[in-house]
Design a protein around this ligand. Structure first.
Ligand code: ACO
Length: 347
């Protein structure tokens, strides 16, 4: 087995910003309640033509530019998404076509908010084994298209976006060092979009019954999240003989600052080593970890040689964590696009 790691990152966000103040006009809630209970101030909402495939394509194109990789050299695309453009074909195939990655196998991976970290584990194994040479790992979701804007328990939480990583062989002992994947199917009813699949195919009745919207038992998901983010991260770290004290940057799924604070307190990771951007984007599901990784890297919070832990949890219930020894060197300061360009030119 070789080592496989991230050599390029990208992100894409819809243009429209939806603030808590605007949500106050839609349901019985307040900016104060939302911020105190979730840490969210605003989120991005996809327009009609902004989809998981369009955002995923933009994020992946930036990741390829940063890595200096030609689309034809990509031989694997895995897209973590649970809000695909179409039930089939996969969002990964839509992205493959748009990017011109003509030599790539392409498939979606459905693990909800844990989708990107699941896909990173799977993709890095396929590259490390030598079965594939260059993988695009994408997390893309537009959950606001499935949000019930009359349900204050869920409509304040979600935002849309995409993030992507190029995974390639790296120096031995670097890149993805270990991972932990898991699921607890007894929790399928806790977080679900009931309609539109084979169980409740779309019909006038499913629309009348509001079955195409996200339904969530928030308190149960909260308890699960706090417990599993810590446990899974510890398991991943133990697999490579490390502990939470060794972590330079912890990049958790951005669902709720209270979940992140409780989990990192339990782990004993100091707040300055934890990256959060949930205030700006809300919970972008499978996109949250790669968007956070991208921003942490460009802000200089992750440097070459750092030990990074990414962890996600989501509907299923699912969870995934990966430990990485960072391989990319720092890029100059500036805004995202400028930096991605600078990284491309340097290479
Ligand atoms: N504004 C004002 N009041 C609200 C709102 C709101 N937006 N939402 C709920 N409330 C009320 C409730 O009705 C309840 O009132 P009651 O006591 O009169 O019944 C009260 O606030 C407390 O409700 P709780 O549900 O106990 O509030 P909690 O502190 O648990 O916060 C929240 C709710 C934010 C949803 C929290 O449970 C949470 O973050 N859960 C995890 C959700 C999550 O991360 N989901 C994504 C998983 S990833 C994926 O796969 C998509």
């Amino acid at each position: 087995m070789k080592s496989a790691g991230i050599i390029g990152l990208g992100k894409a966000l819809p243009e429209r910003v939806l603030t808590n103040a605007e949500i106050e006009t839609m349901v019985e809630t307040s900016d104060e309640w939302i911020f105190e209970r979730t840490g969210i101030r605003k989120r991005r909402v996809a327009g009609e033509n902004e989809t998981s495939a369009s955002l995923g394509t933009a994020a992946a194109a930036e990741a390829l530019r940063m890595a200096g990789v030609d689309p034809a050299d990509v031989d694997l695309i895995i897209c973590g998404t649970t809000s695909p453009d179409t039930l089939f074909p996969s969002t990964a195939c839509h992205i493959q076509q748009r990017l011109g990655c003509v030599n790539a196998a392409a498939f979606d991976l459905a693990a909800a908010c844990a989708g990107f970290v699941y896909a990173l584990a799977v993709g890095s194994e396929l590259v490390a084994s030598g079965a594939h040479k260059m993988a695009l790992i994408i997390g893309a979701d537009v959950l606001t298209k499935f949000t019930d804007w009359t349900d204050r328990g869920t409509c304040v939480l979600f935002g849309d976006g995409a993030g992507a990583a190029v995974v390639a062989p790296v120096e031995d002992g670097r890149g993805v060092l270990s991972y932990d994947l898991g699921a607890d199917g007894t929790g399928t009813g806790l977080l679900v979009i009931p309609g539109g699949g084979g169980l409740h195919p779309a019909s006038h009745q499913t629309v009348d019954d509001r079955l195409h919207y996200i339904k969530m038992e928030g308190r149960e998901v909260f308890k699960f999240a706090v417990k599993i983010m810590g446990e899974s991260s510890e398991r991943s770290l133990a697999k490579c003989g490390l502990s939470p004290h060794d972590v330079d940057c912890f990049v958790p799924h951005q669902a709720n600052t209270r979940i992140i604070d409780s989990a990192t307190r339990r782990l004993g990771i100091a707040p300055e080593r934890v990256f959060t951007n949930v205030a700006d984007y809300g919970n972008t599901s499978a996109a949250s970890v790669p968007i956070a990784l991208y921003e942490a890297f460009l802000m200089g919070r992750i440097r070459e040689g750092d030990l990074v832990v990414v962890v996600g949890f989501g509907a299923g219930l699912t969870w995934a964590s990966c430990v990485l020894r960072w391989t990319m060197s720092a890029v100059p300061e500036g805004d995202g696009k400028e930096l991605a360009g600078a990284a491309r030119v340097d290479k």
